[in-house]
Write a protein that binds this ligand. Structure first.
Ligand code: FES
Ligand code: FES
Length: 161
């Protein structure tokens, strides 16, 4: 059965008809064409579908679209500036060579947005734990950790300026 939900997606208010059993992942990809949100395992194991809901990183494959009613959702498409520039975190992933095939990247970037948003400094082991919900078949994780650590440092430096 279809149900109407109201969601703010990447800053834009949307009214969407969704199936009651539909995942937020399917809504974002199939109804809103937000293809950065990747469909990997579909059981909450790989992190490829990670988006922010009210600022919290969640696996959108195991989150019903209906649960997002009245909430704010952000995907990688919402990170770029009005002029179309990449965000500092996206740039850090490129500069640290943390992207290979790129399938895992949007989900990890959204977790990085959550991590950076805490405004805290973390040890490398803490960062490793914080991104442990993401699987990457290509990079061996070290470059990803470099990118997340760089994003945190750049953010803290910017906040102190
Ligand atoms: S597709 Fe959602 S966690 Fe793997
Ligand atoms: S870059 Fe290929 S899965 Fe992570």
């Amino acid at each position: 059965m279809l149900k109407i939900i109201h969601v703010t997606v990447n800053g834009r208010e949307r009214e969407i008809a969704v199936d009651e059993r539909e995942s937020l992942l399917d809504t974002l990809r199939n109804r809103l064409d937000l293809s950065s949100v990747k469909k990997g395992c579909e059981v909450g194991e790989c992190g490829a579908c990670t988006v922010l809901v009210d600022g919290e990183a969640i696996d959108s494959c195991i989150y019903l679209a209906m649960w997002a009613d009245g909430k704010s959702v952000m995907t990688v498409e919402g990170l770029k500036s009005r002029e179309g520039d990449l965000s500092p975190i996206q740039k850090a992933f490129i500069e640290e060579a943390a992207v290979q095939c790129g399938f895992c990247t949007p989900g990890i970037i959204m977790s990085a947005v959550e991590i950076v948003g805490t405004g805290k400094r973390y040890t490398r082991e803490e960062l490793r734990k914080l991104i442990s919900g993401h699987l990457c078949r290509c990079t061996g994780y070290e470059k990803i950790l470099d990118a997340v650590a760089r994003s945190v440092e750049e953010h803290l430096r910017g906040a102190a300026d």
